[in-house]
Write a protein that binds this ligand. Structure first.
Ligand code: ATP
Ligand code: MG
Length: 397
């Protein structure tokens, strides 16, 4: 029996004239992800992508292909479907062979039909009634029909190219195809929030690179590896990502010598923003992304965010800004970064932390502190020592 994958895309359909551009990027993304698994054809019709194996390797890899398609931004739902000839005999035979495996553990089901090929001799209600009967027959009383809230919905779609039968649609990654909304640079710490922030922007179609600031030897090599591992996990969705690592050790040491302790964190954050803006310009990114959330820590009050923001001219996107920590944690578990984020390595922000950080900083006073040390030269030097790590996924694509 031939099995295919159906990927539904939703929001793209609203994009008017850009729709074909979005669809082309979506199709290319799927093709590139599937290329290492075997030969697949990828076609589109009625807001659905059809992924059909074209050789034996591909047929064997339908499970892996399913995983791939589930990680493609822009796809809202994914299903595995069996293909039947467009006649009722073939449809019923296929339904009987294919559907029972999806009914394991279910008590109730309902059959639905969609008929986009209006030339097909039976109506949708007639098709679903026949499929429903066939399934009841093969299940011999082990499952009941429930049309209001079934455990499983079996769908038969009659399309131009054939009849597709599937039972169980799984959520896709949602959002917009990766790379359709420009490029931004993610400030990636080893924490919980910034990987989530990067994921959220990538899901809206923004291509991302990352910058990580370290304070070696105050921060360890493991801390850097942890950040690269977080980037690798994000690559399940983005496939590749450059991580720029910049040392801020000298900046922090100089700050400690020259400035009031209460301002350490704010001044460091302003340096990080300026450095990030320069990295962004070099790699063609037109915005910065951080994992900040109002009120989470002293450096994330409205006043502190204003002071960090005005260190740069680029827009700063903060997709977690209105989220509670609990909500961010839920997201990070869902995308698989949580376990790595909570590994206990130090971050450059956590060393030399002031005992009484300014929660309502005034810009003039911050600027007066900043004038006490030569941050420009220090930042030039920090950037000169930048290392770029091209991160990829461990397996496949
Ligand atoms: P996170 O979980 O993202 O670490 P946090 O609550 O620990 O967040 P902060 O340490 O104040 O917050 O950092 C706020 C944001 O600044 C982070 O979300 C991240 O975008 C950026 N940031 C902090 N430290 C670094 C770093 N060492 N390298 C790159 N970006 C950083
Ligand atoms: Mg942090």
């Amino acid at each position: 029996m031939k099995e295919v994958i159906l990927g539904k895309y939703g929001e793209l359909a609203l994009k008017g004239l850009n729709k074909s551009h979005f669809e082309a990027i979506l199709t290319r993304e799927i093709k590139e992800r599937l290329a290492p698994l075997g030969e697949f054809s990828v076609t589109r019709a009625q807001s659905t992508v059809y992924i059909e194996p074209q050789n034996e390797a591909a047929e064997r890899a339908v499970g892996d292909a399913f995983y791939e398609v589930q990680h493609v931004f822009g796809i809202t739902a994914v299903a595995r479907a069996a293909v039947a000839e467009k006649d009722m005999d073939s449809i019923l035979r296929t339904a009987k062979d294919y559907v029972p495996q999806f009914l394991y553990g279910a008590k109730t089901f309902k059959a639905e039909a969609k008929r986009s090929d209006k030339k097909f001799p039976l109506t949708s209600p007639e098709i679903s009634a026949a499929v429903g009967r066939a399934i009841c027959e093969v299940m011999r009383g082990r499952i009941k029909v429930d049309v209001t809230s079934p455990d499983v919905t079996v769908i038969t779609e009659i399309r131009e190219a054939g009849a597709y039968i599937h039972a169980g649609t799984f959520p896709g990654a949602g959002g917009l195809p990766y790379g359709t909304s420009g490029k931004a640079l993610l400030l990636l710490s080893g924490g919980i929030d910034s990987p989530v922030a990067g994921y959220m922007m990538a899901r809206r179609g923004v291509r991302i690179e990352a910058v990580h600031f370290e304070s070696y030897p105050y921060t360890s090599e493991q801390a850097r590896d942890k950040v690269l591992e977080l980037a690798r996990i994000l690559c399940e969705y983005t496939r590749t990502m450059n991580v720029h690592v910049v040392s801020v050790t000298k900046i922090q040491e100089e700050l400690r010598k020259c400035c009031d302790e209460d301002y350490f964190t704010l001044l460091l954050r302003r340096s990080m923003m300026r450095l990030a803006e320069r990295v962004a310009k070099k790699c063609g990114a037109s915005a910065l992304i951080t994992g900040e959330s109002v009120g989470q820590v002293a450096s994330q009050t409205m006043e502190a965010l204003t002071v960090t923001d005005c260190a740069v001219n680029m827009p700063v996107f903060r997709p977690c800004i209105g989220m509670d920590k609990d909500e961010i944690v839920v997201r990070s578990r869902q995308i698989g970064t949580f376990e790595t984020s909570v590994l206990p390595y130090e971050d450059c922000c956590t060393i030399f932390t002031p005992r009484h950080p300014k929660t309502k900083p005034e810009l003039e006073k911050v600027l007066a502190q900043e004038a006490k040390y030569d941050y420009k030269t220090l930042e030039d030097e920090a950037l000169a020592g930048e290392t770029v790590y091209p991160v990829k996924r461990k397996i496949m694509g």
